[in-house]
Design a protein around this ligand. Structure first.
Ligand SMILES: [Zn+2]
Length: 288
């Protein structure tokens, strides 16, 4: 079966599509770091080319194994070169998509971190994304669809991934990300200097990921403080133990605005530390 605990809402739609032979030609899966986007994409690629199709993925046939090893000639993983997927990479994708599958039923192009697509790269793929050859499926992965050009989003079937806090293999990464984000949000409310905070933020290897988690947590804090409705939370209630008491709804809202701007700035070539420091100065000002 398609491996995607917690993502049954997506699996169900795809299962029906596969059984009817009406799989879409472009999907966009989005969610914060740690929600299992790549795992789900890989699982779908397995299912589409499994030798047991449409019952698969069986996980054991040669095709399924090749997908896991990332050696399947028809399953292409495209990761950003540097900060973003570049136009040269997109041109190669378009060229390869025009060819017939070598071994499998379908060619699947999985584009990771598409929130960093340059506008030129995005534009150059619009036509192919809208009408790819029959044997081609695109799976775009992004942390936030809002950072993608609407022209790209509108050509995809869009699915949000739910947080997988309950998945054991994901939970460690999840805990470390939310733990870091919570420590940052606490420090922000206490008297921690801007340079210390920006070091913590800008020095983080996974800055886009941690920023995304921080923003999601602030949004949850805002929900807790303004409505108290725990069912609307993205993460578990216990993630916010003590945090919601340190924040006000107004402060959380202002922080979201500033951090969203920082997130957008980081999509452009900037000095990360300076950008983080500028954002933190603003935060300190509005929160004091
Ligand atoms: Zn298989």
């Amino acid at each position: 079966m398609i491996e995607a605990s917690g993502q049954q809402h997506i699996v169900q739609v795809l299962r029906v599509a596969m059984s009817k032979g009406s799989v879409g030609h472009a999907y966009l899966f989005y969610g914060p770091a740690g929600t299992g986007k790549k795992k789900l994409a890989g699982s779908i690629a397995q299912a589409l080319n499994c030798l047991q199709f449409p019952e698969g993925p069986c996980e054991t046939c040669l095709s399924c194994q090749k997908v896991v090893r990332r050696s399947h000639p028809d399953v292409h993983w495209i990761a950003p070169e540097g900060k973003a997927i570049r136009i040269e990479q997109v041109r190669q994708v378009i060229k390869a998509a025009a060819l017939q599958p070598l071994e499998g039923r379908q060619q699947i192009f999985i584009l990771d971190a598409t929130q960093g697509l340059t506008p030129e790269a995005a534009n150059s793929m619009l036509k192919t994304l809208e009408e790819p050859p029959a044997s081609v499926i695109f799976i775009l992965l992004a942390e936030k669809p809002g950072l993608l050009p609407s022209t790209v989003v509108s050509r995809c079937q869009v699915f949000p991934l739910r947080c997988l806090a309950e998945q054991p293999e994901q939970s460690e990464m999840f805990r470390s990300l939310t733990g870091e984000a919570a420590a940052f949000l606490t420090a922000l409310r206490q008297e921690t200097g801007v340079s210390v905070l920006s070091g913590r933020l800008a020095g983080n290897e996974n800055l886009p990921g941690i920023l995304d988690v921080i923003l999601t947590m602030l949004r949850d804090i805002l929900v807790l403080l303004s409505s108290g409705r725990e069912t609307l939370l993205f993460f578990e209630r216990e993630t916010y133990a003590g945090l919601d008491e340190q924040w006000t709804a107004g402060g959380a809202f202002k922080a979201i605005v500033i951090l969203l701007k920082l997130q957008k700035n980081l999509q452009t070539p900037v000095n990360v530390r300076l950008a983080a420091e500028a954002a933190l100065l603003q935060l300190k000002e509005v929160l004091s």
